[in-house]
Design a binder for this molecule. Sequence first.
Ligand SMILES: [Zn+2]
Length: 258
Amino acid sequence: MSDLHRRTVIFGAVAGLATPFVAQSALAQGMPRSFAGRGPITRGEAATITRIPTAQPLVAMTFDDGPHPNLTPQLLDMLRARGIRATFYVIGRNAARFPQILQRMVAEGHEIGNHTWSHPSLHGHSDASVLSQVDRTNRAVYDAVGRPPVTMRPPYGNLYDRQRLMLFETRGMPTVLWSVDPLDWQRPGSAVVSQRIIGSSHSGAVILAHDIHRATVRAMPSALDGVTGRGFRFATMSELIGWPRWDRRRLRLVEATS
Ligand SMILES: [Zn+2]
């Protein structure tokens, strides 16, 4: 393991997540009420988000497993043409290979989340192994765009409740799952993916898709237009949660040598 990967990225803003500033700024911006202090993150036994309770017609479109060198730029074109911002749960080693795609994401207002370094099922992994997967990916994203992700999505949704809480307490990162799953990885075809996304969307939805499948990217124009046609607006994960924009968070990057 290289020195770079041995270094641990620690965020100094963990305690800050529950500060009145966060809740206040979220309300001031007219975003959904922040859960800081009493929402689903801190109330349950697991620091987990599957949907956000809000009456506002907001949804978050999330794309996992990229960036893909060809498909992700195509998807970014589609999003830009519609003025839609999404959240990309990138795999760390892909992020390290294609930093310029991450830079484009950020330039166009998208959010980048953490989907681990090498996409393992984390069930059975030690806390140190979980943190290593997360920290290496935070580091790769930080190196690419100068900001670390603020939420994490475990591959296959697999992370024990206790470790979700551990991750939240040590890194300030909630585990984000999803409430709308078109099962696009089963390759049902673009029309089916699009119909499932449109038909299942709801206020506060977290919609899961994968920008490494050609049919999924092909489904996006009709899916995005259909969701918009039902009256929903798209927000990034942080915006849906009610946090400030992820790239404006004043996270202090501390490098440890453990
Ligand atoms: Zn994945």
